[in-house]
Design a protein around this ligand. Structure first.
Ligand code: SF4
Length: 456
């Protein structure tokens, strides 16, 4: 199942066969659609569609092309429309300096009016930005867009533009143009967006994907966008589908997020959500920003029992590996990890421990002999080439944490486990090459750089 975060089934292009188009979307597994208004007339149709179809929602707005028509009366009508329960967003609004169909001053004024309305009704904003990124970002900052949340629809910017949007807690939505051969830059931007901030859309009837280019677009063709996004990001099609639905629900506050997951699959690895507790407080930790990882809800009410984890794994040979991970430090529950690992190994599975390397410090003894035979691989978050940097960015609660993790890496290697040290690339804060030298030359283990803000 997938979600189309931006379509216009409210457009006259669908007036003759809208029901067939909707049926095709459902047949293709599209379970959530946002019909976006671009003037008062299409806003009304979007609301009518949402009232008639439980899988559709509406957004209220006037496109920047029509900004010259936005006056107090239009805003008042939008305010009235925005109160409907089917309306989950305000927009599309923004700036379009490519076509300049309305004077730029009028566009900016209408954009600010939409943002003010969004604050008033506490709904996120759907933003259109074309050849106007600098002004757009300035207005978004100025108007405090973090208060309402927002999505930059049909993203067309650089990776740095994407990072600027992410810094304001915005979502970024990619459309069919990511499938175009010349869109390498756009695909690069797609790859820097974390899974919990990513949406996909068709923008139908516009922007058909490469294989349908020039034809009318429709929500059933979201599969092309999802397929390309999955390839670019190195995840499966199913991973991208799940991400599209989860983020749609979170941003537009619709549907049930579901219960927190004990075990969750990404690519063909099964991750176990061992605990939400950790003895670090890394300032970049994803759990401070989101409950979801690659579309999985990790908000568990309590730590799972051994039996619950073993049951959640089932037959471990169905997966490439079973990873002890989650939104916390698994070695805080070392005995549980060992019990589950023993069961997984007995059934012929492959195991990996993702850890901050504090296990021996936490337990007050060298735990590495206890891992032999139970854990095949260990991935340790090294994160810094020295204790001072580590303490500054990871805020460890356990005394001697950094020295302990270095000793843990050495000991796991001595005991014959496959060890990979990792570091999160944070510009200006961590010398990644120094981390690499430490890992590869001094500790003799593999080294992997993890992108900031990208988890799973
Ligand atoms: S060690 Fe991992 S789980 Fe713990 S705070 Fe750091 S990033 Fe988060």
């Amino acid at each position: 199942m997938s979600a189309d975060s931006h379509c216009h089934l409210n457009d006259p292009a669908f007036k003759d066969d809208r029901d067939e188009v909707i049926a095709r979307a459902r047949g293709a597994g599209v379970c959530l659609m946002l019909n976006v208004g671009y003037d008062l007339a299409t806003t009304r149709v979007a609301i009518d569609l949402a009232r008639a179809n439980p899988d559709m929602f509406a957004s209220v707005g006037v496109h920047p092309h029509n900004a010259k028509d936005v006056d107090g009366e239009v805003i008042e009508k939008m305010r009235f429309a925005a109160a409907a329960p089917e309306v989950v967003a305000i927009g599309e609004t923004g700036l379009d300096y490519y076509r300049d169909r309305s004077p730029r001053e009028a566009q900016q004024k209408a954009f600010r009016a939409h943002l003010a309305l969004a604050r008033e009704v506490c709904k996120p904003v759907v933003i259109h930005c074309r050849n106007a990124m600098e002004d757009c970002l300035e207005i978004l900052r100025d108007e405090g867009v973090e208060q309402t949340g927002a999505v930059m629809h049909c993203f067309a910017g650089t990776p740095d533009d994407a990072r600027a949007c992410l810094a304001m807690n915005m979502y970024i939505s990619f459309a069919g143009n990511i499938t175009y051969p010349k869109a390498a830059g756009l695909r690069e931007s797609l790859s820097v967006v974390p899974g919990h901030r990513l949406l996909v859309e068709t923008d139908s009837p516009y922007l058909a994907p490469r294989k349908k280019r020039g034809k009318r677009n429709e929500p059933s063709l979201i599969s092309h966008v999802i397929g390309q996004a999955a390839t670019t990001r190195g995840v499966t099609y199913e991973d991208m589908e799940r991400i599209s639905v989860s983020n749609f629900k979170t941003l537009f506050k619709v549907g049930d997020p579901g219960a927190g997951e004990v075990a969750y699959m990404i690519r063909n690895s099964l991750y176990l959500n061992v605990t939400r507790s950790c003895d670090n407080e890394c300032y970049f930790c994803a759990r401070f920003h989101s409950d979801t990882v690659q579309g999985h809800n990790l908000r568990i009410e309590r730590d799972p029992t051994t039996e619950e984890m073993i049951e959640a794994v089932g037959d471990p040979t169905r997966y490439d590996e079973v990873v002890f991970c989650g939104y916390g430090e698994p070695t805080l529950r070392l005995d549980r990890v060992k019990e589950v690992a023993r069961a997984v190994k007995a059934m012929g599975g492959h195991t990996r421990l993702n850890t901050n390397g504090h296990g021996s410090v936490i337990a007050g003894r060298d735990i590495t002999p206890e891992l032999v035979g139970l854990v095949d691989e260990v991935s340790v978050s090294l994160n810094a080439p020295d204790a001072d940097t580590y303490n500054a960015i990871c805020n460890p609660k356990s005394p001697g944490a950094y020295e302990g993790l270095i000793e843990f890496i050495k000991a796991t290697r001595r005991r014959g486990l496959k060890v990979t040290a990792t570091a999160v690339a944070i510009e200006g804060k961590v010398d990644i090459e120094a981390c690499r030298r430490l890992a590869e030359n001094e500790l003799g283990v593999y080294f992997r750089v993890r992108d900031y803000n990208l988890v799973g």
